[in-house]
Design a protein around this ligand. Structure first.
Ligand SMILES: [Zn+2]
Length: 82
């Protein structure tokens, strides 16, 4: 994937780990959690990363939203223990 920057903390993002399912590179409109600041992120159709808006979060189906918030909680927990 291209190197892009987290819009919240400025970290260069050059890789992504997929939770569950088959391994594949990120696609437009995939959602993600920044591993440095736990910001909720979304890939745009140009594959730039932007902050995930509340509306976009609410548009996710419940299963994906739960999984994303759980992942954010895990990152938050890791960041607090550093
Ligand atoms: Zn970040």
């Amino acid at each position: 994937m291209n190197r892009v920057q987290c819009p919240n903390c400025g970290r260069i993002v050059d890789r992504a780990t997929r939770i569950g399912g088959t391994v594949r590179p990120p696609l437009p409109y995939d959602v993600a959690v920044c591993c440095r600041c736990a910001a909720l992120l979304e890939f745009g159709d140009d594959m730039e990363i932007r902050l995930l808006s509340n509306e976009a979060l609410m548009r996710l189906d419940e299963g994906h939203r739960d999984l994303l918030l759980k992942a954010k909680g895990e990152v938050d927990r890791m960041l607090r223990s550093c």
